[in-house]
Design a protein around this ligand. Structure first.
Ligand code: ATP
Length: 511
């Protein structure tokens, strides 16, 4: 996996109508993207997979859709006005701006890589005799790299915990971290930068109010906690889910749709009795990993990562990381948020946020476990796992998206082998019947081979080909995207075939 792969995915997304840079004709703002016809369909399917798994598959989880513009005190209470900052540093030669913490994290990852390379080299040298554990614990070079990594890591953790900007800068200088663009170590001081976008409500400057575009969807859930609980007659434990836009003025906004300034989150806040948060935290960690694994993207692509530094609200937190082309990075966060948010909203608003528990006959402010995933990041994860350039036995190549059939934007294509002799008329009839069931395409242009390639590039899992035999016995060829195998089935079975192989509902419930 490499940055090169990310470039290829980005180009593929543009060429086939998945994702375009926004307002491209004006060289639009960086790190904001538009989804094209294919991307929009794939994104909708991922959203539905999440929504049906979280809301419809749980009797005690309900969904809401809250506003992007909220009263600004929300963000005082949530801690975002004071604490939603990134430490930034500029390189004076390249004039490029970086997150100081990310520069150090990348440096740590490089040290880690060096260790792994040494191990791999030794594995090759010693062959079957290789004792990895022994090598790791005795080799001088490995021990030196390990102790350096640990020392840097310790200092980094301390600086983050104390919010010590000087110490972050000192570490960057000590470790001789250079700017990837200029290659120099000519750094400015480290400064804090608030990530929220501000805007004005009202037309006159004296009666206007500064509002923020929400940096997360979670607060819309917290402020509605009692509205939802009462109107839906819910009992703790229960959850509230929502999908919606969030905005962050990210400093380092590169890497395609991995880090955007406008993006979509899928968040669920699960309200529990205080004292039970640990078991629910473990429960949701397991359930969310299952959700990812069910897509069969590959067994070595996900891992858990516990947070070094807990956010201002958290008691425990971990990420589900995914192996993106740039390496393992956060895909989803699972956080034990205590009663931090509800308690603060109660304090700042003066309105009670407690829940009366009829089973205990007492009132309390529930604790919260949050699962939070970026829809766009999930899109990139699906694309990363799906995108393949394959050499075929006949020497040709194909670019194919191995997207799970339930998420694929186009589920099927109907192709007449040649558009004549009644094959086209029959193929059209089959297509018109099937499109009532699932999104598909009819294509009669170019050779059959080229049409298969086009569908491979969109990730269409099945093509139904109508040939002269179809005219005689009513069977069509099913061509499978992944194996490229072909089989014949009666045309009237294509509906049932699609239902069996592409149903999102089956994926959601296949636990
Ligand atoms: P990061 O450390 O990558 O900045 P975060 O820890 O700030 O992320 P959270 O606040 O936990 O992220 O947000 C939850 C999820 O929202 C993340 O796991 C990620 O999938 C998604 N997300 C966060 N920021 C962005 C962004 N700028 N662009 C796209 N997705 C994002």
């Amino acid at each position: 996996m490499s940055e090169d792969l990310l470039k290829k995915i980005t180009a593929h997304c543009k060429e086939y109508g998945f994702v375009f840079p926004t307002t491209e004709i004006y060289d639009g703002p960086g790190a904001v993207y538009d989804y094209g016809p294919m991307g929009c369909a794939l994104k909708n399917n991922i959203r539905r997979y999440w929504w049906e798994s979280m809301v419809e598959a749980h009797e005690n989880i309900v969904g809401i859709d809250s506003a992007i513009l909220m009263h600004p005190t929300t963000w005082k209470a949530s801690g975002h006005v004071d604490a939603f900052n990134d430490p930034l540093i500029d390189n004076k030669d390249s004039k490029k701006r970086y997150r100081a913490d990310t520069l150090i994290e990348d440096h740590l990852a490089r040290l880690e890589e060096k260790i792994e390379k040494e191990v791999e080299k030794a594995r090759k040298r010693f062959g079957s005799q290789f004792d990895e554990a022994l090598f790791r614990s005795t080799n001088a070079r490995i021990l030196e790299l390990q102790s350096r990594r640990e020392a840097v890591h310790k200092k980094f953790k301390e600086a983050l915990e104390k919010n010590d900007l000087e110490a972050l800068r000192a570490l960057i200088l000590e470790e001789e971290i250079t700017c990837p663009v200029s290659g120099t170590r000519n750094w400015t001081e480290v400064r804090q930068f608030n990530l929220m976008f501000a805007t004005q409500l009202g037309s006159l400057s004296d009666d206007s109010l500064t509002l923020y575009l929400r940096p997360e969807t979670a607060q819309g859930i917290f402020v509605n906690f009692l509205n939802v609980q009462k109107s839906s007659r819910l009992k703790v434990p229960f959850g509230i889910a929502q999908v919606g836009k969030a905005f962050r003025n990210e400093i380092v906004a590169r890497q395609f749709i991995f880090r955007m300034r406008e993006f979509e989150q899928m968040e669920m806040q699960f309200f529990v009795r205080p004292g039970t948060e640990e078991e629910w935290y473990d429960y949701w960690k397991t359930r969310r990993m299952e959700w990812h694994r069910r897509l069969g993207l590959g067994t070595d692509l996900h891992r858990f990562h516990d947070h070094e530094k807990l956010a201002h609200y958290a008691k425990a937190a971990c990420d589900i990381e995914f192996r993106f082309p740039m390496g393992f990075k956060e895909l989803e966060g699972i956080h034990s948020r205590t009663d931090f948010d509800l308690k603060n909203h109660q304090e700042y608003s003066g309105k009670k946020m407690s829940y009366f528990d009829p089973d205990l006959n007492e009132s309390y402010i529930p604790y919260v476990i949050e699962t939070s995933i970026g829809l766009d990041r999930m899109f990139l994860a699906v694309m990363t796992a799906a995108f393949h350039e394959e050499k075929l036995p006949d020497g040709t190549e194909r670019t194919v998206l191995h997207i799970h059939p339930a998420l694929a934007p186009v589920k099927f294509a109907v192709l007449p082998l040649v558009p004549k002799d009644g094959m086209d008329t029959l193929a059209r009839r089959i297509f018109d019947d099937l499109r009532r069931q699932a999104p598909g395409q009819y294509d009669e242009k170019d050779s059959i081979g080229r049409r298969y390639r086009r569908q491979d590039a969109l990730g269409t899992p099945f093509c139904f080909t109508v040939d002269s035999q179809t005219l005689q016995d009513g069977t069509v060829t099913v061509r499978h995207r992944d194996s490229m195998a072909q089989e014949r089935i009666p045309a009237e079975q294509t509906k049932a075939f699609l239902e069996e192989h592409t149903s999102l509902r089956s994926l959601v419930w296949s636990r």
